[in-house]
Design a protein. Structure first.
Length: 56
């Protein structure tokens, strides 16, 4: 949801910043899998083009 309503995103891992940047840079399957510990994929929202995540 953050990717659709924010210009920049910060990802925290155990209270520390592990990534920060624009949604297209941050919402990446490898980064999300490392942070959340689950396999995730991304697709572009058909209307906005913003990245949308899904569990694999």
């Amino acid at each position: 949801m953050a990717a659709g309503c924010r210009d920049r995103i910060i990802v925290l891992t155990e209270g520390r910043i592990s990534a920060r940047g624009v949604p297209a840079e941050i919402v990446q399957p490898d980064l999300l899998a490392r942070v959340y510990g689950v396999a995730m994929g991304t697709i572009a929202h058909p209307l906005t083009g913003e990245p949308v995540t899904y569990l694999i």
